[in-house]
Design a protein around this ligand. Structure first.
Ligand code: HEM
Length: 198
């Protein structure tokens, strides 16, 4: 087995850990006194974490020159979307009983829900166009479209930040991680420009 295949398998198993934990706690009846809140938090946390990790792949590939790492990006992005779907379903079905009127009201009246919905809507086209056929069909436009992942990660962290009641330590940590990643991207772009001029 090649190192990248091993890493892909390990990443796949690691990305399933939050879902497995939730399933185990549901099976053992250990979803705390407020299961809806618990599931919403856990799925939201997993979605943000995987989204940020997705953005780590490219810098890591550039720094290590291990080009095969790029194969992890799609899987990580799709896992982030998977947890975002579980998160949305928990809110829509378990919390709001799929009452469209209450849901629409929530989206328009609570800014933190609005930005959560914006994040989900940004992730949706990325997930739909993540197939090999779509990558081929969209060509250069695919790359342009997939830059939206940076916007989605930013709105996800804003959603997290606006959603927490008092303790902002966790969203602040994700905001810091994103700033470092954006900083790296900027530095890399400036460096490439300088190299092409010289
Ligand atoms: C689709 C629309 C969305 C809705 C309606 C929504 C709704 C919620 C709700 C109700 C909470 C709980 C807040 C509380 O307990 O006070 C929450 C928290 C959270 N959501 Fe969302 N969300 C959405 C999209 C997203 C997306 C796309 C992501 C990530 C990619 C995300 C990440 C989070 C995180 C990280 C938390 C905080 C978890 C914690 O406190 O540990 N949400 N969201």
């Amino acid at each position: 087995m090649t190192p990248i295949v091993l890493l892909k398998r390990l990443t796949f198993c690691a990305a399933l850990i939050p879902a497995a934990q939730l399933a185990y706690r549901a099976y053992t009846g250990d979803l705390t006194a407020n299961p809806i809140e618990y599931i919403t938090h856990k799925t939201g946390d997993a979605a943000v974490m995987l989204l940020v990790i997705t953005l780590v792949v490219t810098p890591l590939r550039r720094l290590t020159a291990w080009n095969e790492l790029i194969q992890l990006r799609r899987m990580l992005g799709l896992f982030a979307f998977f947890y975002a779907c579980l998160h949305l379903f928990t809110w829509a079905i378990v919390d709001k009983f799929f009452d469209v009127e209450t849901m629409v009201q929530d989206v328009f009246e609570r800014p933190f829900i609005t930005i959560g919905m914006v994040t989900f809507l940004l992730l949706l086209p990325l997930a739909i166009t993540s197939t090999k056929g779509m990558i081929r069909r969209l060509g250069r436009r695919w790359q342009q479209l997939h830059r939206l992942v940076y916007v989605a990660a930013t709105t996800a962290v804003i959603h997290f930040w606006w959603g927490v009641k008092a303790d902002i330590r966790e969203p602040r940590l994700w905001a810091l991680a994103l700033s470092v990643l954006f900083g790296f991207r900027l530095w890399w772009m400036l460096r490439a420009r300088a190299l092409s001029r010289s």
